[in-house]
Structure formats: structure tokens, C-alpha cells
Design a protein around this ligand. Structure first.
Ligand SMILES: *[C@@H]1O[C@H](CO)[C@@H](O)[C@H](O)[C@H]1NC(C)=O
Ligand SMILES: *[C@@H]1O[C@H](CO)[C@@H](O)[C@H](O)[C@H]1NC(C)=O
Length: 327
């Protein structure tokens, strides 16, 4: 377990089952919302639902290129993820690996079979382990990578990156078209494992940023992605960037926060801090934390109140949500 946790930053979507209302006068009934394009993945303030069934999505963050030597090993890794109680894998897909040139492979991208670029094999291996998949294709991924996954040449264009600058749009659009088509055909609605897709990463709304965010969302939809689109907002989900409950372009379906709490009460902070933010800026959504470490070598500082009991923290989060709905 330590072995795979070493390379993980967890991507956790904290969703709950529903509980019977023990107290008269409190409403626990919500109408499930959808993208309007499919009912296979829906949500309400309590949880995500898949095929009409409430689910608690707990994801292990795995990146194909971080286990590059032998893609046959992915299957073993995902089996360990499954055996450790996760229900899902979350994966960043890095632009510079699949579309490094302005017109890679005559516009088809490079997903060379049998290599770490074999994304279909990665997706199939997730599914074979009985896990769902959250796809995070950028275009900007951060992920502690050089240039946040941008191919080097992109940084030489005129004008700003990660805005609605037309020069920049021309660079990401071919990659996003190709990756969106791959994601679309592996959605749960097509028999694949992908349940959510994230647009951009750790990004903020502004007059030039938000139209770009909307442009990515539109490109996802134009290529047949029908499942919910998420955003990963930095600052613990405090700011509500692209929340469906706040106005402005670039709104996603499910808003998520991102935080690396330190100290001995990091789990308690989910209740005391993140839930409070969530209630303020994304109240129609279930609570979603897009990144939150759970331990492993290098991340000890983040897990001081955790023992080795992964199953324990799953239960703990269920309990936290239950307490919150009671107060
Ligand atoms: C876009 O690129 C062209 C050609 O390099 C340049 O003239 C123009 O100023 C750039 N646009 C922006 C917004 O920088
Ligand atoms: C349903 O989802 C859409 C798209 O995310 C959002 O704009 C709308 O506010 C949501 N409606 C409710 C009732 O939550």
C-alpha cells in the first residue's frame, strides 16, 4: 500500500448516502439535478448518483506517466486501489504527452499502443479493476509538472496563456478536441468508466479567464461529453470560481475545492472549514474536494491524525456528513 500511496495525491469526492430523517421538520428530500444531457450521472446536495443509486466517490489520484516503464503494471496498481477501499481513480491527462506538436500525428494525437501514452489501455485497466474514472485533461494541469503540461512551444505565442487570447485558443483547441473525443467514447453512458470530467485546474474566474473556461466546456460538449463537468478551485473551495451557484461564464456542474491542510486536525477541518465554504458558494452541489492528501511517504505531515486505517477515514467522512446534516 505504501508503494502506491507514494505516488498519490488523493482526489476525493466526498459524497454520502442518504439517511432517513429522524427529526420532524427537517427536509432531506432534494430533486436530483443533471447536465440535461444524461440521467446516468446526477447529483443533489447530498451526493452524486450513478444509474439512480447514491454513491460515495473516493478516488485515488494516479497519473499514467508516473508509472511509465511498463503499462501492464497499471492493472496491478488499480487492483491495489480497489482493494484499499477506493471506488474511483482520478487521472490527469497531460497535453504535452499526447499532443506535443501543433499538429501531432496529422491531428490525431499520439496515444501509441503499449506505451505510457496508451490512454485507452489506462482507461480499460481502471474499468477492469471495477473502478470509476474522473478525467482531468487540462489543458493546464499543474500537477507539479514543468509548464503545467503545456508543450514548450505553446509558451512562445503572442499574448497571455490560460485566457481567451485567440493565439492561445488556437494552441489548445486541437488537443482538447482529440482528448474530448477519447473521453466521450469512454463515458459511463457509452459503457466506459468515466463519470466526471474536469475543465482546467486550480483556476480562477476573471474577464479573460472565464470565457476561456467556457470555451473548454463548450469544446467538451461539442465532442459528445454528456456527463457532469467539474472545476478544481484552489483555496479550499472558498472562492466559488465557476460554481453553478454563482453567476458568470465558465460555470461547471460540480464545484470542487483543493486543499492540503496541515497539522493534527486536518480531518476535522473538512467539517469546520471546507463544508462551511461549500455551503456558502456551491450549496446545490454535494461537497467535493478535488485534492486532499491522505498520507504516504512525503505526505506524513498531512496525515498526523490518521493511522493506517483507510477504511476508517471513509467511515469518518460518512459520519461527518451525517453530523452536518443533523445540525
Ligand atoms: C497573436 O499573435 C500575433 C502574431 O504573432 C501577434 O501579432 C498578436 O499580437 C498576438 N495577439 C496577442 C493578443 O498578443
Ligand atoms: C442544476 O444544474 C445546473 C447546471 O450545473 C445549474 O445551473 C442549476 O442551478 C442547477 N439547479 C439546481 C436546482 O440545483
Amino acid at each position: 500500500m505504501k508503494t502506491f500511496l507514494n505516488i498519490l495525491i488523493s482526489f476525493l469526492l466526498f459524497l454520502t448516502t442518504s439517511w432517513a430523517n429522524p427529526n420532524a421538520g427537517e427536509s432531506y428530500l432534494f430533486r436530483r439535478n443533471s447536465t440535461g444531457l444524461t440521467d446516468v450521472v446526477t447529483w443533489d446536495p447530498q451526493s452524486l448518483s450513478i444509474l439512480g443509486q447514491r454513491v460515495f466517490v473516493l478516488s485515488a489520484e494516479i497519473h499514467p506517466w508516473r508509472l511509465p516503464g511498463n503499462p501492464n503494471l497499471w492493472a496491478d496498481l488499480f487492483q491495489k486501489v480497489k482493494d484499499n477501499g477506493f471506488s474511483c481513480v482520478s487521472a490527469i491527462f497531460s497535453w504535452n504527452l499526447y499532443y506535443p506538436a501543433p499538429d501531432t500525428n496529422d491531428g490525431q494525437g499520439d496515444f501509441q499502443a503499449g506505451t505510457y501514452r496508451d490512454l485507452q489501455m489506462f482507461i480499460d485497466s481502471v474499468q477492469a479493476a471495477g473502478l470509476w474514472l474522473i478525467a482531468r485533461p487540462g489543458p493546464y494541469i499543474n500537477g507539479e509538472t514543468t509548464g503545467g503540461g503545456f508543450p514548450g512551444w505553446v509558451e512562445n505565442i503572442g499574448g497571455d496563456l490560460r485566457t481567451d487570447n485567440a493565439n492561445y485558443t488556437a494552441t489548445w483547441m486541437p488537443y482538447v478536441n482529440v482528448i474530448a473525443q477519447l473521453i466521450a467514447k469512454n463515458q459511463i453512458t457509452k459503457g466506459g468508466p468515466i463519470i466526471l470530467v474536469q475543465s482546467e485546474n486550480e483556476f480562477s474566474a476573471s474577464s479573460v479567464n472565464s470565457p476561456y473556461m467556457q470555451g473548454i466546456i463548450n469544446t467538451f460538449r461539442a465532442n459528445g461529453i454528456v456527463i457532469p463537468i467539474t472545476a478544481n478551485d484552489k483555496n479550499s473551495g472558498e472562492d466559488g470560481n465557476f460554481s453553478p451557484d454563482l453567476p458568470g461564464p465558465g460555470q461547471v456542474n460540480i464545484y470542487c475545492g483543493d486543499s492540503y491542510p496541515q497539522g493534527s486536525n486536518s480531518w476535522a477541518q473538512v467539517q469546520s472549514i471546507y463544508y462551511t465554504f461549500h455551503e456558502a458558494v456551491a450549496f446545490s452541489n454535494p461537497l467535493c474536494l478535488a485534492e486532499k492528501p491522505i498520507g504516504g511517504t512525503g505526505y506524513e505531515i498531512y496525515s498526523t491524525d490518521l493511522t493506517d486505517a483507510d477504511y476508517g477515514f471513509v467511515a469518518k467522512f460518512l459520519l461527518i456528513r451525517w453530523r452536518l446534516t443533523k445540525t
